[in-house]
Design a protein around this ligand. Structure first.
Ligand code: FAD
Length: 453
């Protein structure tokens, strides 16, 4: 390979208290939380909208509640509140969420379905960031870190405004990929142990007729809520594995297609997922190009399968993820790594920043007695770096444990804690390890965060 040596150049510096990298699931909440603490907060997001994998990947937001329905006699508790709940309230006002409706079937997986409209989510979160006074930098890619020993002095970005430096006192990496942590020299692994995915929004379908079809398949997931403005309608529907003729089943398996969806509209599936297991980690740019093509071909194949289903003969692709959706890129080494037994045993810590009760492998893996476990503050502190926190899919190395902590609502809660902690660190001019937990706890409780210990 040949090399070109770039000449050094002066770039403009912007000064902030807190810099949040990535305006996705966790980053939106982190930035709102930091700004509400009075910190001058910058949010750096490479795409032209906020929301990340919430609007690109999944189906229902798992889960604001404990798994009470799977444990008869256990009390129903909303275990994630604060800013995440405010987002849902705003969405409901704008017709962009079902709110938390109970699952009618399959409730030993999740007791509740919280479905969202992806496009309204982008709008509402952008508005909330602006109202909180966050300085929002969209279409801006974070490409480097400026280090002074173990302290991040600033980050470097590229955008149509050119190359810039954002100085800050405290930083939060919410990039999902762990880009900022890697640039800062943090320890990490790249397990490449999940399929990547793309999700399509499918228009021109009849949700009720699709449900009739699902009833004849192996296991139908059902939740009832408001759809196209009318209450009492199906808003979650689908099945794990169908009774298709062999040739169709073979195609479904080949393209890694899921039949579970949510919807807020009579003629639209908000998400149909296609999975693909890459041979290497999705941080490999050149392999990602091949995966993007493979997934686009799978999307076309998925529409052909959907059109064979009664009520879906005229289905078409109405929305696609703008780029590959990942379940895990880098896994960043933090001061504590949450284990599967912490989760299943419902362990709480002396530095809990949130409670959480959902596991994506339920009913096989469930938190004991329909309860919750805690995410400790130390699980968000990046090992070896003085002023860097993380939030989102990039914590938790164990696959089975990650299948809980990576879920959207857990990422939201981590985001609120990380943003709040970063703001307190900046205001008090302390590193993340010098912040008194009691100060963080008080600020979280004041902001409506629910803690179970
Ligand atoms: C296909 C799929 C289906 C899923 N289904 C569900 C489900 O049904 N329910 C559920 O609860 N969870 C689901 N999950 C899990 C959950 O959606 C994710 O784990 C979670 O949303 C991750 O949040 P995050 O904040 O870590 O990352 P993201 O939401 O991806 O946010 C990262 C943000 O950082 C930005 N970014 C990245 N690098 C840079 C950079 N260098 N500079 C600037 N910006 C950058 C990205 O553009 C993005 O906006 C699913 C995940 C996938 C992939």
């Amino acid at each position: 390979m040949r090399f070109y040596e770039e000449p050094a150049k002066k770039i403009p510096v912007r000064e902030f208290d807190v810099v949040i990298a990535g305006g996705g699931t966790a980053g939106v909440v982190a930035a709102i939380a930091a700004a509400r603490q009075g910190a001058r907060t910058a949010l750096i997001e490479s795409k032209g909208y906020t929301g990340g994998i919430v609007v690109e990947g999944g189906t229902a937001l798992h889960s604001f509640f404990n798994l009470w329905k799977a444990f008869p006699g256990v009390e129903k508790r909303q275990v994630v509140k604060g800013i995440p709940q405010e987002i849902i309230d705003r969405l409901i006002e704008r017709g962009g969420s079902t709110g938390h409706v109970e699952m009618v079937t399959y409730y030993d997986y999740d007791s509740v379905c919280t479905a969202i409209d992806t496009e309204i989510y982008k709008l509402v979160t952008h508005e909330m960031l602006a109202e909180a006074g966050v300085h929002i930098f969209l279409n801006t890619m974070l490409v480097g870190a400026i280090m002074e020993d173990d302290t991040i002095r600033g980050v470097i970005t590229e955008s149509r405004a050119g190359r810039e430096a954002f100085y800050g006192k405290a930083f939060v990496d919410c990039t999902g990929y762990g880009d900022l942590s890697a640039y800062a020299g943090a320890e990490y692994t790249e397990p490449n142990d999940h399929a990547v995915a793309n999700a399509i929004g499918v228009g021109g379908v009849d949700v009720d007729r699709y449900h009739e079809f699902c009833k004849d398949q192996n296991l139908a997931q059902v939740a009832i809520g408001t759809r196209s403005g009318e209450p009492g309608k199906l808003v979650r529907v689908g099945f794990e594995r169908g009774n298709f003729p062999e040739d169709i089943q073979k195609e479904v398996d080949r393209i890694g297609m899921s039949f579970i969806t949510t919807t807020l509209h009579d003629d639209y599936f908000m998400f149909i997922k296609l999975n693909y297991k890459m041979p290497v980690s999705p941080t490999n740019r050149d392999e990602v190009v091949k995966a993007e093509l493979e997934l686009r071909q799978r999307m076309e194949a998925a529409i052909k399968v959907i059109r064979k289903i009664p009520g879906c003969e005229k289905a078409f692709m109405a929305r696609t993820s703008p780029s590959l959706a990942i379940r895990r890129g880098r896994c960043i080494v933090c001061d504590y790594d949450i284990t599967l037994s912490d989760i299943l045993d419902g362990v709480h810590f002396e530095d809990d920043i949130m409670s959480y009760g959902f596991h994506d492998c339920a009913p096989r893996l469930k938190v004991k007695d329909g309860g919750t476990y805690g995410i400790p503050y130390r699980a968000l502190r990046v090992k070896g770096i003085h002023n860097l926190l993380v939030a989102g899919m990039l914590i938790t190395s164990d696959w089975d444990a990650h299948m809980s902590t990576r879920n959207t609502v857990c990422c939201f809660g981590q985001g609120q804690a990380a943003g709040t902690a970063a703001a307190l660190c900046a205001t008090k001019s302390v590193g993340t390890r010098e912040l008194e937990y009691s100060d963080l706890r008080e600020a979280l409780l004041d902001a409506g965060v629910y803690l179970e210990n």
